[in-house]
Write a protein that binds this ligand. Structure first.
Ligand code: PMT
Length: 410
């Protein structure tokens, strides 16, 4: 019961994405949160209040004047008890009302009385979302500290394709769980994570790449975020969506990844270098598509910069975690890389082992420091491996800064 003892006030506005709010309500309640739901009159035309009542196990509020609670005033009581307020879906109308302090229904009135953090999850037509009035209202709310989860792009219920889809319930749940967690060993820390493989161009339509899916790196970035860190994720090309609530920088090649890492390195407290960077790139990628000619073709490859080694040689206060993808002599090669690249920790995965390494959802990791092996996981989900690694990092970083332990691995 991860969220036991936490109260989430869920405000549901009138949009087709209201059905996703029901899934979010269910996840929050299953995790032990006390979920209180206010629906606007239009929301109640999309999904019945009974759905939310059944999922949250509490009465749903739709009408300001339907005061069945004699012990106080409902909108003040709901505002006071919330640890977090989530408005999902947030319509252009509700965003406008929030921005300008209008209180003309149960939800907008309650929002004026809220002192807890507010998470706004917009969903609407692509042109409505892009309208200068809506964007100005969102900027105003952001400047007042409201967290806004950008809608995703794709097919919209109105028939358009574009930006406007409400974030998925799973993504929102992870974010909310992170925001409500009282255990935040990386609070105040800036964490830079690299993920995925790099793509080295041969010509405009062909490239050299490896099997990295980005799953391990994204899980590390999310684990750091959920422990309270401010995260920058530098990602090679992947099929994964941007994780919420972090700065995501998409790059293609090793050289671009180096540039992005160096731009954020000075500011970082912790760097986790999970990306599978190509060791070589094509010396002179062709400007035009290479035509088929002889029976063989020769590509001249030149060495890429070693990003980890570069930052290892520049580090001042940064805590650096390297990775090693090995197929043999794992411990020996891991220790050699840790020393050569000046890492504080090195995480090795034996990518020849079934269920470990590239692409799948599981991994088996070994964590080394300068003295040797410090922790080892069995075959576990990449998310669990990421949590194990980030907890070990947090413990060591906090020990260094005299903040005591942030939770250990054993
Ligand atoms: O993305 P997934 O499908 O989830 O797979 C995850 C993973 C197996 C790719 C990941 O867990 C992993 O092992 N990443 C490191 C892969 C790798 O490049 O290992 P390496 O042993 O070749 O490199 C050692 C370290 O140097 C790594 O931290 C790497 O980021 C870094 N490096 C390597 C070469 C280079 N030019 N620059 C670098 O920074």
């Amino acid at each position: 019961m991860k969220l036991a003892g936490k109260t989430v006030l869920l405000g549901v506005c009138g949009g087709i994405a209201a059905f996703k709010a029901a899934a979010l309500c269910s996840k929050l309640a299953q995790a032990g949160a006390d979920v209180r739901v206010i629906m606007t009159a239009s929301a109640a035309r999309f999904v019945a209040p009974l759905t939310f009542q059944t999922l949250s196990r509490h009465p749903v509020y739709t009408d300001m004047f339907d005061e069945t609670y004699a012990g106080g005033v409902s909108h003040i009581d709901l505002a006071d008890r919330a640890d977090l307020v989530v408005i999902a879906p947030a319509t252009a109308n509700m965003i406008g009302k929030m921005a300008h302090g209008i209180a003309d229904d149960m939800l907008s009135t309650t929002l004026l009385a809220v002192t807890a953090p507010i998470l706004l999850v917009p969903a609407m037509n692509v042109h409505m979302y892009g309208h200068p009035a809506v964007q100005a209202n969102i900027q105003l709310l952001k400047s007042r500290g409201v967290a806004v989860i950008e809608p995703g792009a794709g097919q919209l219920a109105c028939g358009y394709v574009g930006k406007g889809r409400m974030a998925e319930p799973e993504q929102l749940f992870a974010l909310i769980a992170g925001m409500l967690a009282s255990d935040l060993p990386l609070a105040g820390k800036k964490v830079l994570v690299t993920a995925g493989g790099t793509r080295e161009r041969i010509d405009p339509v062909r490239y050299i790449m490896n099997d990295s899916s980005g799953k391990m790196g994204y899980a590390l970035a999310e684990a750091a975020r959920d422990m309270g860190a401010q995260v920058t994720l530098v990602s090679g090309p992947t099929a994964l969506n941007d994780p919420a609530n972090m700065n995501v920088i998409r790059v293609e090649s090793a050289v671009q990844m180096l540039e992005a890492v160096l731009r954020h390195f000075a500011d970082a407290d912790i760097v986790v270098k999970n990306a599978a960077v190509a060791d070589y790139r094509v010396e002179s990628p062709a400007r035009q598509k290479i035509k088929k000619s002889g029976d063989t073709i020769t590509l001249k490859l030149v060495k890429n910069p070693d990003i980890l080694q570069t930052i290892g040689s520049k580090k001042t206060r940064q805590f650096i975690v390297g990775f090693a993808a090995e197929t043999e002599n794992v411990a020996q090669y891991a220790m050699e890389k840790l020393t050569k690249k000046n890492c504080d920790l090195l995480v090795a995965n034996n990518v020849a082992e079934k269920g470990a390494g590239f692409a799948g959802d599981t991994n088996r990791v070994q964590i080394f420091d300068r003295n040797g092996l410090v922790a080892e996981s069995g075959l576990i989900a990449k998310k669990a491996a990421a949590e194990l690694i980030m907890r070990e990092v947090a413990r060591r970083v906090n020990e260094r800064t005299g903040l005591g332990d942030g939770g250990g691995t054993n």
